[in-house]
Design a protein. Structure first.
Length: 171
């Protein structure tokens, strides 16, 4: 996990004293520029590719390599959406979905190598909002993420009519 402590930054010539840099935004809270996304995946190369692509689009990224870790991270820092692999080393991803849906209502996108209709239907029936099979096109996954986040924002507006997101001028 990344540090949120301030960094020291020196001048370019080394002659000026270091100054305190602004602390980095907390990666666990979505800022005004993007939503918080939890990636639950045990393949480090895929986690790296997803993290790079999501951060490049101003999403704040959390990661978990196991189902139990995903449940702990989601409970302590609820993300705006979860991208979840079904084939996790400790518990099956569908069990993670069932456990999350007891209290977590934001979107869950399954990203899995399981291609059978039964696996897809099973994940959707226990609470996944979308299902993308591996291999996948990054652009399609990102479009599906934007779509579920839009739907989630629309339901928030419907359920809480007075809710309006803060603008930069209000912060």
């Amino acid at each position: 996990m990344e540090s949120t402590s301030p960094e020291l930054r020196g001048g370019s010539g080394g002659s000026s004293p270091p100054e305190l840099a602004q602390p980095r935004p907390d990666p666990l809270r979505p800022g005004p520029g993007g939503a918080g996304i939890l990636i639950v995946e045990d393949e480090p190369e895929l986690v790296r590719a997803l993290r790079i692509n999501l951060r490049a689009r101003q999403y704040h990224v959390l990661t978990a390599g196991t189902g139990r870790e995903a449940l702990a991270v989601a409970a302590s820092h609820p993300p705006d959406a979860i991208i979840l692999d079904l084939g996790l080393p400790d518990i099956d991803g569908t069990e993670v979905i069932v456990a999350l849906r007891e209290w977590y209502h934001a979107p869950i996108i399954v990203l899995s190598g399981r291609t059978s209709p039964g696996d897809k239907i099973g994940a959707l029936d226990v609470g996944a909002d979308d299902y993308v099979t591996k291999p996948f096109a990054m652009a399609e996954l990102l479009a599906r993420l934007r779509a579920v986040l839009r739907r989630d924002d629309a339901s928030l507006d419907r359920d809480f009519p007075g809710h309006r997101p803060y603008t930069l001028h209000q912060v």
